[in-house]
Design a protein around this ligand. Structure first.
Ligand SMILES: [Zn+2]
Length: 221
């Protein structure tokens, strides 16, 4: 369904979002013949794990390695403030996404509520959705089904959100976790075996949930 689109731009807030979050979806796009590029808006310097080392340099190496594993065409790594994306002028983020679009026919990102509760995720996706709307391009949001988000909140206290109501119905897609796991493993500084990630992947099994909005018109299952 998406392969004729040819190329896609994934927009994320932090190094590891492309693997811990979008990894299986990005790999599915690559395997469908879509050329996928990555725009990462921050260097991830505010991470609370992996401290005690040069996180900027380390995480840059990690995301570049992970992108290669996933088969992404290119990575543009910006250095906007990790944790500060919502405070930036919206136009600044929008301009970066528009600059990096370079003919891509699909925008990909976290679900618009941010999925894990990090406000940077929602800000990154908002920028991608503004560009998608302005260019009449389709957008693909990856997120957690409501029942999985609820379990992560209740069992682990992780502030996950499901899909925003009224923005279109999410649909499950079958994915292969193999390459995603290799990409996740590249992010050694970020505890690839952390309990929240492991629990989410176990709950989701071989399915991810996505929302595809084409030119503002929601696709139905
Ligand atoms: Zn993140």
């Amino acid at each position: 369904m998406l392969a004729p689109l040819g190329s896609a731009l994934a927009v994320v807030a932090h190094p590891d979002d492309e693997s811990f979050g979008l990894g299986a979806v990005l790999r599915a796009l690559v395997e469908a013949g879509i050329e996928v590029r990555l725009l990462c808006l921050s260097a991830g310097e505010a991470s609370t794990v992996g401290t005690g080392q040069d996180l900027v340099a380390t995480r840059r190496e990690e995301v570049l390695a992970a992108a290669e594993v996933l088969g992404l065409r290119s990575v543009r790594l910006e250095a906007l403030p990790d944790g500060g994306l919502p405070a930036l002028p919206a136009d600044e983020l929008t301009l970066l996404v528009a600059e990096e679009l370079r003919g891509a026919r699909l925008l990909v990102g976290f679900e618009r509520l941010g999925v894990t509760g990090h406000p940077d995720h929602a800000a990154a996706t908002a920028a991608a959705l503004r560009v998608a709307a302005a260019r009449a391009l389709p957008s693909l949001e990856w997120g957690a089904a409501e029942e999985i988000a609820t379990q992560l909140r209740e069992r682990l206290g992780a502030p996950f959100a499901g899909f925003a109501p009224g923005a279109g119905d999410p649909v499950p897609v079958r994915v292969d976790r193999g390459v995603q796991e290799c990409a996740i493993a590249c992010h050694r500084s970020q505890d690839p075996n952390n309990l929240v990630l492991r629990t989410r992947l176990a709950l989701q099994g071989d399915h991810e949930w996505v929302r595809l909005v084409r030119r503002g018109v929601r696709l139905r299952r």
